[in-house]
Write a protein that binds this ligand. Structure first.
Ligand SMILES: [Zn+2]
Ligand SMILES: [Zn+2]
Length: 255
C-alpha cells in the first residue's frame, strides 16, 4: 500500500520534472498521433507554416513568392535552396526558444523537420543519401559560439548526418560576426560579408581528396534561416573555389 503510494508519488514527480515522451515538444500538451515523428500536439502541429513544393515560385532559392534576390544576384554558387517552413512569428518564437533560451527539447523537433526536408531534397534530385558526399553548416564566429555554447546549424547538420549516415565536416570558418542582417539593405549585407568566411583547411582538404561515386562532390550546407541568400551564396562561393569539383546545395529550416 505504502509502497504503491510512494511509487505513484515518484512517478508523478518525475512526470512534472521531465514531461514524458508523449507530450508535445512545444507546449507540453498531449501529443497527437497525426504529428508523425514530430512529437507535437495537434494545435502546435497545425501552426507549422510548411513550404510545400506547390508553393515554390523561385526554383533557385525555393521562395514562395516572386523573387527579386535571385534575379539580381550576379553569380549564384549554390544550385538550390529548400526550406522547411515560412519564417512567421510562431516559427521565430520556436527558433528563439532553442537558440537564445536553450530549450533543448526543441532540438528533436528541428531534427525531425530537417529529416523530412532531406527526404524531399533527395526525391527532388533523384538521389539516394549515399550519393551525398558531405553535410556541412554555416559556421558561427568563435565569440558567438562561446556565448551560445553551440551552433544550431551544426546541430541540425549532425542530426541529418547521423540519420542518413552521411559524413559531416566543417568546410568553413567564420572570422567575425556580422550585425543583425535583417536591418540592413541588400548592398550592405553583401559588402558586410566580404572576408567573413574562410575555408576550414582541414575540412576542405578532406573534401578535395574524397573520392565519391558521383562525378562531382555533392555538398549540402545547412543553416537555420535563409533570408536573401547572401550568406549562403558566400559560403557556396568559398567551397566551390576551394573544391572546384563540388556542387553545393542549401537546406535551411526557415525562409
Ligand atoms: Zn503543443
Ligand atoms: Zn530566389
Amino acid at each position: 500500500m505504502l509502497h504503491s503510494l510512494i511509487s505513484k508519488l515518484i512517478s508523478s514527480t518525475r512526470s512534472l520534472l521531465a514531461p514524458n515522451a508523449d507530450s508535445c515538444l512545444v507546449c507540453y500538451g498531449p501529443r497527437a498521433s497525426s504529428s508523425g515523428e514530430l512529437s507535437l500536439c495537434r494545435v502546435c502541429f497545425e501552426h507549422i507554416p510548411w513550404i510545400r513544393p506547390d508553393d515554390i515560385r523561385c526554383d533557385v532559392c525555393g521562395r514562395f513568392e516572386s523573387c527579386p534576390d535571385c534575379r539580381r544576384r550576379k553569380d549564384t554558387w549554390f544550385e538550390l535552396n529548400l526550406s522547411v517552413v515560412k519564417y512567421n512569428d510562431t516559427m521565430k518564437d520556436w527558433l528563439g526558444r532553442f537558440k537564445y533560451r536553450g530549450d533543448e527539447r526543441l532540438q528533436l523537433l528541428f531534427a525531425g523537420m530537417f529529416e523530412s526536408l532531406f527526404h524531399r531534397f533527395l526525391a527532388h534530385q533523384a538521389w539516394r543519401a549515399k550519393d551525398i558526399t558531405v553535410v556541412t553548416y554555416v559556421p558561427l564566429s568563435k565569440q558567438r559560439l562561446e556565448e551560445r555554447g553551440f551552433n544550431q546549424a551544426e546541430l541540425f547538420a549532425r542530426a541529418l548526418g547521423s540519420s542518413f549516415r552521411i559524413p559531416v565536416a566543417p568546410l568553413l570558418d567564420r572570422a567575425r560576426h556580422t550585425g543583425k542582417q535583417s536591418y540592413k539593405t541588400r548592398e550592405e549585407r553583401i559588402s558586410d560579408l566580404r572576408g567573413v568566411f574562410a575555408p576550414n583547411e582541414e575540412g576542405i582538404s578532406w573534401l578535395s581528396t574524397t573520392v565519391h561515386n558521383k562525378p562531382s562532390q555533392l555538398v549540402v550546407v545547412v543553416d537555420d534561416v535563409y533570408t536573401t541568400g547572401s550568406t549562403m551564396n558566400e559560403c557556396a562561393r568559398i567551397i566551390r573555389e576551394c573544391a572546384p569539383n563540388s556542387r553545393v546545395f542549401s537546406l535551411t529550416w526557415a525562409r
